[in-house]
Design a protein around this ligand. Structure first.
Ligand code: MN
Length: 170
């Protein structure tokens, strides 16, 4: 089972469209968004996904009630601050990442096989304490060579059978 992972889309419509096209071209069964959708108007783009999306609030999500309502219009969900789910026999935790201590606590808790966060816009995939730790970066404003740039951002695909993930540059 493949899970799409993205974060920090920050209203950049063309980047969201590119991410969704990529996810739809793979056999993705669920998309996790680690926060900072930002404005409700950009939510409508996610309706084009061929699968369900579950999001978590980020520090730039100023109107969570509207985001939740718009997402709910096509079966999407918005969770507050943190959520966990079990899928394909794997326990996954998702939080935006503005509190690094929270991310660290989730990794060290022993409760999760996968921990997803964003916020830094700096994509990385690593193993820590036998936990697969995924930061998909930002699809819209990636960090390249230490500098925030516009465009050609990243998303990630998580393979639950293999317990591996790969970054895809849009
Ligand atoms: Mn953020």
């Amino acid at each position: 089972m493949l899970i799409g992972v993205m974060s920090d889309s920050h209203d950049r419509i063309e980047a969201i469209r590119a991410a969704i096209e990529k996810f739809n071209s793979e056999s993705i069964e669920l998309v996790l968004h680690a926060g900072d959708i930002v404005s409700p108007f950009s939510v409508r783009e996610f309706e084009k996904l061929n699968c369900k999306i579950i999001c978590v609030t980020g520090n730039n999500d100023g109107d969570p009630m509207a985001l939740r309502k718009f997402l709910g219009g096509f079966g999407g969900e918005l969770k507050d601050v943190f959520f966990k789910l079990e899928v394909g026999g794997r326990r996954i935790a998702v939080t935006h990442g503005e509190w690094p201590e929270l991310v660290e606590a989730l990794i060290l808790s022993g409760e999760y096989d996968v921990v997803v966060s964003g916020h830094s816009h700096d994509a990385s995939i690593r193993k820590q304490n036998d936990v697969l730790v995924i930061n998909p970066g930002s699809c819209s404003y990636p960090i390249v060579d230490g500098v925030v740039t516009i465009g050609n951002g990243t998303i990630a695909v998580l393979n639950l059978e293999k317990m591996s993930a790969e970054l895809l540059r849009l």
